[in-house]
Write a protein that binds this ligand. Structure first.
Ligand SMILES: [Zn+2]
Ligand SMILES: [Zn+2]
Length: 70
């Protein structure tokens, strides 16, 4: 079985039994996006402020979505 990656952003995903869902490697289920510095980031828990520029213009981008190879 190959690596499972997110179909939206291509980052490796890890399965978390405890939550019954996939998370982005070294991050969380939700990929967030800063509309000020245009950077994507994922944290274990969603954050209100951008970790790069501190802006509060943070929106949820997508939830980890596994892409299965055929
Ligand atoms: Zn993703
Ligand atoms: Zn930012």
């Amino acid at each position: 079985m190959g690596d499972i990656v997110c179909s939206k952003c291509g980052i490796r995903l890890e399965w978390v039994n405890e939550w019954g869902r996939y998370i982005h490697k070294n991050g969380g289920a939700i990929m967030q996006f800063c509309t000020d510095c245009k950077r994507e980031f994922t944290k274990e828990r969603p954050v209100r402020a951008c970790p790069y520029c501190g802006s509060l213009s943070v929106v949820d981008n997508h939830i980890a979505m596994p892409r299965y190879e055929r």
